[in-house]
Design a protein around this ligand. Sequence first.
Ligand SMILES: Nc1nc2c(ncn2[C@@H]2O[C@H](COP(=O)(O)OP(=O)(O)OP(=O)(O)O)[C@@H](O)[C@H]2O)c(=O)[nH]1
Length: 310
Amino acid sequence: MNENTTPEHRSGFVSFVGRPNAGKSTLTNALVGKKVVITSNKPQTTRTVVRGIVHRPDAQLILVDTPGLHRPRTLLGERLNDLVKTTWAEVDVVAVCFPANEKPGPGDRFIVNELSKVRRKIKVAIATKTDLVNPEQLGEHLLAIQALGKETNTDWAEIIPVSSESGDQIGLLADLLVGLLPEGPQLYPDGDLTDAPEEILAAELIREAALEGVRDELPHSIAVTVEEMGMRANRDPEKPLLDVFATIHVERDSQKGILIGKKGSRLSAVGKEARQQIEALLGSPVYLDLHVRVAKDWQRDPRQLRRLGF
Ligand SMILES: Nc1nc2c(ncn2[C@@H]2O[C@H](COP(=O)(O)OP(=O)(O)OP(=O)(O)O)[C@@H](O)[C@H]2O)c(=O)[nH]1
């Protein structure tokens, strides 16, 4: 760079991959600085590809959040894996997340192996959740990641430990990722933190609230659609109200009962939590109309999957 030119601006796409629950969504939110993707302690929370956008004077970093890649067991699982591979082909950098509190295992090997088939792609390893381990454990973890790279012929451009919880090394990670992006213009307007439509964000926030406190197979059985969303007409401009009409789909009657709870108590708690989250994200008071519907075995039914947007 010559001293008379302005510093180059970089822009590009980074995809986080990793086994379910590796901390990808939390990391996206930590880098963006705001909750743009939902997180939960239930594996396989992420289904749609939602982008978080990091704005800096020198760069624009667009984060593509993917579902956890795993051996598919259902049609939904297959669709999600296809989605991951399509994403890899399109991004500038693929960053694999390895939670520091779990030894890299067969699930991680499966992912890195699949990724090694994608040639000429910049690959980064991120050790997530470092706040959960001591320095010695972290050292072993980093060595295990390095070994896994060797074993699969994967050349890590960086191996970096971070904690989204404490914020440790998040700024450094952003710097490293920006350094790996090509020179390019700003791709999204200032202030845009995601390009997911508001309907999708609202549906995701409702799904997150519904996942809170449910166990076993139920989390995987929950899907949410937003039927209608819009500002209520004829309101005092000082008191706007956003109407959101949404449906929570489950696979069985018994699950419907669990979600609704005694005298509707659980559903109303879910509604309240989701409403507050949507209000925080979109900055307007919200009226949320929430229904629960049984879509029998939707995860295995192509027609229903299409209806639910997969
Ligand atoms: N202590 C700690 N917990 C974390 C950290 N990052 C994520 N978690 C937790 O780990 C769990 C999974 O995080 P997510 O970000 O939803 O994981 P994910 O990889 O997006 O998961 P899927 O959507 O299932 O693929 C959540 O309970 C998070 O709160 C971290 O840095 N420290």
